[in-house]
Design a protein around this ligand. Structure first.
Ligand SMILES: [Ca+2]
Length: 127
């Protein structure tokens, strides 16, 4: 009986701690090559990996909290608490942004994904 009670206490503690962990959520920044420059990732437009992405406190992309790079799927994931953030992509020569380079995110529990499209300027010559 005593062992069973101890187990219940341990299980309760475990789930209590788990609920604590769930108060964190994620912001995902997704990068893609926007061949037609419409601001959306269409069929056939590749994701872009290894692109530096910054997470900032509050709006305006000025107060840097963390920096990461997009993975092979074009995603950079930040674990955050509820609050107000902005996410910004780093400028890279040869690329033109087709979406806002700094995007504001207010997050209150649900995960959020923001997308950043870029057009490779050398592709312009072919049009
Ligand atoms: Ca597109």
């Amino acid at each position: 009986m005593r062992a069973g009670l101890a187990l219940m206490v341990l299980v309760s503690l475990f789930f209590g701690l788990s609920f604590e962990a769930f108060s964190q959520t994620t912001i995902t920044a997704h990068k893609f090559k926007d061949d037609d420059r419409d601001g959306f990732q269409d069929a056939g437009e590749d994701s872009l990996s290894n692109w530096p992405i910054g997470l900032f406190s509050g709006p305006g992309c000025s107060n840097l909290l963390a920096e990461s790079h997009t993975d092979v799927d074009g995603d950079a994931v930040f674990e955050v608490d509820a609050g107000s953030y902005s996410v910004g992509e780093r400028f890279r020569p040869g690329w033109e942004a087709t979406t806002d380079r700094c995007q504001e995110v207010d997050i209150d529990g649900d995960s959020v994904t923001v997308s950043f499209g870029n057009f490779w300027i050398e592709d312009k010559e072919w049009r």
